[in-house]
Design a binder for this molecule. Sequence first.
Ligand code: ADP
Ligand code: MG
Length: 240
Amino acid sequence: MTRTGGVPAIRLRSVAKSYRVGGTPVHALCGLDLDVRRGEFCSVMGPSGAGKTTLLNVLGCLELPDSGDYWLGGERVSELRDHELARIRNRAIGMVYQSFNLLATLTAVENVELPLVYAGVRHAERRRRAQEALERVGLSERSEHSPARLSGGERQRVAIARALVRQPQILLADEPTGNLDSGTAAGIMQLLADLHGSGNTILCVTHDPQVAGQADRIVRVLDGRIVHADDEKVHASVAH
Ligand code: ADP
Ligand code: MG
């Protein structure tokens, strides 16, 4: 099967997710529908509290929805058990965070190897694949540095290499440029655009309209739902 067409990378239908705070439910996702095509680069925008991180946590198989359906590359995630969820998360998902989440006591290449350690890949093979991933993000010269000796942009590149090292079906990024100055942020977005150009499927939450503008499509989230461009037009015409 080719990477385009056929089964979408991601399909969400009527996905709901609530948290309990004290006795009160907080509805983070309220019947959300979303399709992402294979090979698509999608950015997600929306105000704070809209449900963007919750959406990424569901997509990343960190949390199950309370109700609704989630298919990841044709596999129905929403009916999986916890250990199966962990398996699909490790195999199929690459996650990147605002705060990089690197282990300070490991070198860059050791950080990138970690997902392969969990996957039981032997040492020489691990090292080879981690070096390859560092090359893809333009950091092969820094592989023996600890995170403390890397700049913010370099740390995020290491985190992206770690997310890519198992060749996931989709790369999910939650405000990956949120801790970076604008010049460094532009470099990270260029990297994501390059990765997209070489066939990766990417979903990236961002506050920055310039960052979002690099994607194929901007998905807007408000109050736990996707707001469609058509809805915005309807709201605008009602307002007039
Ligand atoms: P965003 O990333 O768009 O800022 P979130 O997905 O983090 O939004 O949050 C959506 C809503 O869910 C918010 O009202 C937030 O307070 C609530 N929420 C998120 N995570 C939790 C949690 N672990 N416990 C309780 N409430 C949460
Ligand atoms: Mg968030």
